[in-house]
Design a protein. Structure first.
Length: 605
């Protein structure tokens, strides 16, 4: 018996045969690229033809792909759904609810509930923000009542905890009120809401077998529905690919008390990439977690058709894309996984254009309320220092480097961006880890904004156990693992992210198959890394800023008294900013920023 995997006919492994021939409830821990979908299809094919089978896919794109694969095998007794599509048919249709596509914004919740809160500045909006998070927390849980949860358990910042503690009863009451408004159809419902209502309805699904894919990212609510069915249950996933803890996903493979099977052979990549992935996962020993099982890499190197840059954060990726299009002017086609516009925005909504407008002193053009409150770029930088807001910090870096060229650069990126249908023609694909989950590319370049072994060791040694969020740190390691395992043939990884064992032993191979893994930073010159940690001690974004500084090597050296005096003299002489930029070897934005700081315009006109 054979199967199609990565365009190569291969025999089933012993692990796959054991799964196909298994009986009863089972869970499958499957490494990246191990042919789990193929195995599940063969599992379904081996069941009696009269069997009613439900396959639960992770998202719509996986659903469409799986539907085609089952149809190609003439498995018409298999129904493919996502958790949300299943819930939608059971809840939305029957109750004639109207669904809100993108959820409610903070100010909308404040208006809908007529919130009143005094004390802190903007208190009603802070309350609304917590109501929104509380609803998400409840809807993804397996609890039956809001009161069954303690929302404070997911609030870690000391100032936020103090605020929530003060207003807890009010926040909880208003959370219940907003949910009841949705329930009665007074307002549009959210996707989280109808999935929760589906779970609370205790549905009985009429199937003989239920196959639950990407189980590691299931919410407790959906897992509760799955466990309560009478069907034979199969849950498959990779415990090391859980990267949706922020959406309250639970590691369901650990919660499922089923017989365990492994798929430890990857047909995607070589043994060299497999070894690298395992070494990264061994960092979990620092968190006192069980070490991973070994991964066998049986991928073979083919032609490099698809190339991708993968980053942990939107802004880390955007910075790399700007560098790419400005330095490789002959490039015609690029592609961003997901919505390209979202990459120019921070998580809280501030855009590069807002920071640029602030830098230019054009407040009327600023849309973001937070940025609008800042008087100038220096005030924003002070805010960034006090809050450790890394994303805003990166925006300031980009604005200082590229200044008023930003709109034209973003337009250039958009002009080179091709439609999804033409994705295969892209000379480079750009993606964050979350957007490329489930994807694979021939060659992958990893951006230096992931957690490293060195940073992890420092966090663990410098902090008490109770002060660290081990689940979050575990997920940080998972993010790098997922990025590494998207590569089929070639992998470019910064030296800062290379596991110490592989560096020391020389076991690493370039480009994944048969050669040494390329180290992007020389061993005698470590990249300067700009990093910040969040309230839990997690490195939320650490990104080498060498990329945006290489053209202006003196641009970010401290301004000395002598340099300030020289700038003042030349400004008084009426020398243009463009010439000052060349003279000092700094960006135009940096010169303008210093002129503003020294108040030269006010002093000398």
């Amino acid at each position: 018996m054979g199967m199609q995997q990565n365009d190569t006919i291969m025999e089933f492994t012993k692990e796959q045969q054991e799964i196909i021939n298994s009986t009863g409830n089972i869970k499958i821990n499957a490494v990246a690229g191990s042919g789990k979908t193929t195995t599940i299809i063969e599992y379904a094919k081996a069941r009696p033809k009269a069997s009613r089978i439900l396959y639960l896919a992770f998202n719509k794109s996986v659903k469409l792909e799986a539907t085609k694969k089952f149809a190609d095998k003439s498995l018409h007794n298999v129904r493919v759904e996502t958790a949300h599509s299943l819930a939608y048919k059971h809840i939305v249709f029957r109750n004639d609810y109207k669904v809100r596509a993108f959820g409610y914004k903070t100010y909308e919740i404040a208006e809908l509930l007529g919130l009143q809160a005094t004390g802190d500045k903007h208190a009603k909006y802070i309350v609304a923000n917590h109501i929104n998070k509380f609803i998400t927390y409840f809807c993804n849980s397996d609890k039956t009542k809001v009161q069954d949860l303690n929302y404070l358990e997911i609030v870690s910042d000391p100032k936020a905890r103090t605020f929530v503690s003060t207003f807890y009863d009010y926040i909880e009451m208003q959370t219940r009120l907003l949910l009841s408004k949705m329930d009665r159809g007074e307002i549009e419902i959210t996707h989280d809401f109808y999935l929760k209502k589906f779970q609370l309805s205790n549905p009985k699904l009429n199937y003989d077998y239920i196959l639950f894919d990407e189980g590691q990212d299931a919410s407790a609510a959906m897992l509760d529905v799955f466990f309560n069915q009478n069907a034979t249950k199969v849950i498959v996933g990779d415990t090391h690919q859980q990267i949706y803890g922020w959406r309250f996903a639970v590691n369901s493979l650990e919660k499922a008390d089923f017989k365990t099977y492994q798929l430890s052979t990857s047909f995607r990549f070589s043994q060299a990439i497999a070894d690298l992935a395992v070494e990264v996962l061994k960092w979990k020993k620092l968190l006192e977690l069980e070490p991973p099982f070994q991964i066998t890499g049986r991928g073979t190197k083919g032609k490099i058709k698809s190339k991708a840059v993968i980053a942990r954060t939107n802004l880390g990726l955007l910075l790399k894309a700007i560098e790419y299009v400005t330095e490789k002017k002959r490039v015609k086609n690029i592609y961003f996984e997901g919505n390209i516009n979202s990459y120019t925005y921070a998580e809280e909504g501030a855009s590069l254009y807002d920071v640029l407008s602030l830098n230019n002193g054009k407040h009327r053009l600023i849309n973001d309320k937070l940025i609008k409150q800042m008087k100038n770029i220096e005030e924003l930088e002070e805010y960034i220092e006090k809050t450790e807001d890394v994303q805003l910090g990166m925006m300031v870096e980009i604005v200082k480097e590229y200044g008023n060229s930003i709109p034209s650069i973003i337009n250039k990126i958009k002009k080179k961006h091709i439609d999804t249908d033409d994705k295969e023609n892209a000379e480079m694909i750009f993606s964050t880890v979350h957007r490329c989950k489930g994807m694979e590319y021939d060659a992958v370049q990893i951006v230096d904004d992931f957690i490293s072994e060195e940073k992890l060791e420092k966090l663990v040694s410098d902090n008490k156990k109770e002060d660290l969020d081990f689940d979050k740190l575990n997920e940080e390691i998972n993010l790098l693992y997922v990025a590494i395992t998207r590569a089929k043939s070639s992998l470019y990884i910064p030296e800062t992210l290379m596991p110490a064992e592989l560096q020391a032993s020389g076991q690493i191979r370039i480009m994944g198959v048969g050669k040494e893994v390329e180290k992007q930073a020389s061993t005698n010159r470590r990249s300067r890394v700009k990093e910040k940690t969040d309230k839990d001690g997690v490195v939320t974004n650490s990104f080498s800023v060498d990329e945006i500084r290489k053209k202006h090597r003196t641009a970010y050296k401290p301004w000395t008294r002598e340099l300030d005096s020289e700038l003042t003299e030349k400004y008084r002489e009426g020398i243009a900013v463009k010439e000052l930029s060349k003279h000092f070897g700094r960006t135009r934005g940096a010169i303008l920023s210093r002129i503003k700081k020294l108040e030269l315009k006010e002093l000398y006109g």
